[in-house]
Ligand binder design. Structure first.
Ligand SMILES: Cc1cc2nc3c(=O)[nH]c(=O)nc-3n(C[C@H](O)[C@H](O)[C@H](O)COP(=O)(O)OP(=O)(O)OC[C@H]3O[C@@H](n4cnc5c(N)ncnc54)[C@H](O)[C@@H]3O)c2cc1C
Length: 612
């Protein structure tokens, strides 16, 4: 959970670097701030430029190609966001629910057909999978085979900025899933659909080929995916097929909770109270769905070609280098068995100390399960259920501090999906606080590059960015810090950081990532107030007191002893400064106090600026 408490400031670093220390050898000079320019495409896929001249749009979407116009429309106006908030524009989830509701009688009247399909997406597991279970039940009713499908959509990977590490993890998990299904005589048909808008037609085509009359799938909550499923319901009906999309990814479906006044929660704490109360009164939401049973014996013979087909290749632009692939396989074993094993180990060995140790990135104090939650090799529901079973009480907000705290973290995942569903414009490049659209951001290529490469001169920030590049993962404390640093110290558009994270994280998940960036840049739901600006040196001393994390990820500082490692140029003597500089470690790109003042002024002015 992003902390709301003010950090206790007790360190000598409360002054700008060098202002007190006699050892500091050079005067700080912030790097010159360049005028807005086109950002480097080395780190981003090229964008089509937007031709919009609407002066109410933020500079970035118009001039910096921040929106990938190959797949998305230009930035939405604030006025249109307001229409969502006043319920004058229907949300994609509500539209899909309406379609599912109005077509229910027709869909229920459709006969069983020769097979039932489960369409896998971000739910790559046999256990505790709601849609898979429903599909298996339906197949059982008629003693017909269950057939599973996974469609690879390279354009979706591109549009969603899915990282190669994430794609690699998905493909490794698919191979494991396919083996597990095959052991039950259930085929998994995997094929590539080059053009993303052809996905619905391909699914219908396949269902027609195998004479399946029922398709089940779990919901994804991004607007494009909800709209796709909406179309699919009708397209399938045109072909005599019943399409059903069900809640699975969230423990409490995101349309369930609202305040007594019927409004949507936009603050985590009251939402969490309602979430806990709802689960206490609806225990079925935490119940496990059993894995599918064995298919009828004739399936192997009748559908032999589906069992024999190869898994298609990973799209070229999402292929990991052999070195990174090997590392990723070692760090992130794929599939649901690895997920369950990791969860069990965490619950038996680490969760007790979670509350105290979770904020220290040098320690292995968190579960490292986000990659599994995100690819669906582990249901968040399974995690919370097993955490509850390990607790001394069945109350989700009681018992051991570690378990209670951990359940609260998993709940953040649900919270951010609730935000995505209820404020869908967050998925359309708008901040939750759309009145913050007109903050004037910097578009400084050099600063952005320094941030991406872990060369800002702030060792804790740099260690975190290098951890991300090396492993595809970053500790939560560090995610908050580097996101704050990008948006507040460098005053770069937070959406650049949000996109960069998606392009590199192995656990990239739109809602959690967008929520984290919104919190850290103070533009999101339930955010850190904009005037609360992390001091990177204080964060470093507090959360990496021995400098272990820094030394692990920043080799230039590996032999810098003591607290000097947090700020080698500010605290080091001449010999250290010369050594570190000789190894090419950079000086700070911006000075903290100066950056803080600039940020405060810019946010204040931006919030006050009129937008439409
Ligand atoms: C800027 C920023 C970007 C982020 N991007 C992502 C992302 O793309 N994908 C992602 O899964 N998480 C993201 N997070 C949330 C969080 O950092 C990771 O979920 C967490 O670090 C994963 O490590 P873990 O599994 O050891 O977590 P643990 O501390 O063990 O937590 C258990 C589980 O709870 C969930 N969780 C924990 N914290 C959060 C949170 N703040 N928001 C949402 N879910 C949470 C995760 O599923 C996690 O696996 C982001 C946070 C920030 C500040």
């Amino acid at each position: 959970m992003p902390p709301k408490r003010k950090l206790r400031v007790s360190s000598a670093y409360s002054s700008p670097p060098g202002s007190k220390s006699k050892k500091r050898s050079t005067k700080f000079q912030p790097a010159p701030v360049s005028t807005p320019s086109t950002l480097s495409t080395n780190t981003f896929p090229p964008r089509n430029s937007s031709s919009s001249s609407n002066s109410t749009l933020s500079h970035s979407s118009v001039n910096s190609n921040i929106i990938n116009r190959t797949f998305y429309p230009p930035e939405m106006s604030n006025a249109r966001c307001a229409l969502y908030n006043s319920n004058q524009l229907p949300r994609p989830m509500a539209e899909l629910e309406q379609t599912l509701f109005s077509t229910l009688p027709q869909r229920q009247a459709i006969n069983l057909g020769a097979a039932v399909i489960h369409w896998f997406k971000r739910d790559l597991r046999l256990h505790d999978n709601r849609s898979l279970h429903l599909a298996a039940q339906k197949a059982r009713e008629g003693n017909i085979p269950l057939i599973c499908v996974f469609l690879i959509s390279p354009q979706d990977y591109e549009a969603h900025l899915t990282s190669p590490a994430r794609v690699d993890f998905e493909f490794r998990s698919l191979a494991i899933l396919r083996q597990g299904l095959a052991a039950l005589d259930i085929p998994l048909h995997i094929s590539t659909v080059e053009i993303r808008k052809n996905v619905p037609a391909r699914l219908v085509e396949f269902a027609t080929q195998v004479s399946a009359h029922h398709i089940f799938t779990n919901l994804e909550y991004e607007p494009d995916e909800l709209r796709r499923e909406d179309k699919l319901v009708r397209l399938c009906l045109d072909h005599g097929i019943a399409f059903d999309a069900v809640h699975d990814d969230c423990i409490v479906p995101p349309t369930t909770l609202s305040t007594r006044q019927g409004k949507q929660y936009s603050v985590y704490t009251p939402w969490f109270r309602a979430w806990v109360a709802h689960l206490h009164s609806h225990p079925d939401l935490l119940a496990a769905s059993p894995p599918p049973p064995q298919n009828p014996p004739s399936t192997r013979r009748e559908l032999a070609s589906l069992f024999d087909a190869d898994i298609p290749a990973v799209p070229e632009n999402k292929t990991l280098s052999p070195e990174m692939k090997k590392r990723s396989e070692h760090l992130w074993p794929a599939g649901e068995h690895a997920a369950l094993e990791r969860l069990q180990r965490f619950l038996s060995e680490k969760v007790k100390a979670y509350k105290d140790r979770r904020n220290f990135p040098a320690e292995n104090g968190t579960a490292c399960l986000s990659v599994h939650h995100s690819a669906g090799t582990l249901a968040a529901r399974t995690s919370v259920r097993m955490a509850r079973e390990a607790n001394s009480t069945s109350k989700l907000d009681g018992g051991g501090e570690g378990l209670k705290g951990w359940i609260g973290e998993v709940a953040w995942r649900d919270f951010y999906k609730h935000v995505l569903v209820n404020w869908p414009y967050v998925c359309m490049n708008k901040p939750f606080k759309y009145e913050y659209t007109n903050i004037e951001w910097e578009y400084n290529d050099e600063h952005f590059k320094a941030w991406c490469e872990g060369r800002t001169g702030y060792p804790f920030v740099d260690a975190a960015m290098r951890q991300l590049l090396h492993t595809g993962y970053m500790h939560n404390r560090c995610r908050m810090l580097v996101a704050s640093f990008l948006s507040k110290h460098l005053l770069l558009d937070w959406r650049l950081g949000e996109q960069y994270f998606m392009l590199h994280l192995i656990d990239g998940d739109f809602a959690s990532n967008n929520g984290g960036w919104g919190f850290s840049s103070s533009t999101g739901v339930d955010p850190q107030p904009y005037f609360r600006i992390f001091n990177p040196l204080l964060q470093s001393e507090k959360f990496d007191p021995e400098g272990e994390y820094i030394r692990k990820w920043v080799p230039e500082l590996r032999d810098v002893v003591g607290k000097v490692v947090h700020d080698p140029f500010g605290r080091g003597d001449e010999e250290i400064v010369a050594r570190v500089e000789g190894r090419g470690y950079p000086r700070m790109v911006v000075e903290h106090r100066w950056a803080r003042e600039r940020c405060l002024k810019r946010y204040k002015a931006g919030i006050g600026r009129e937008t439409a």
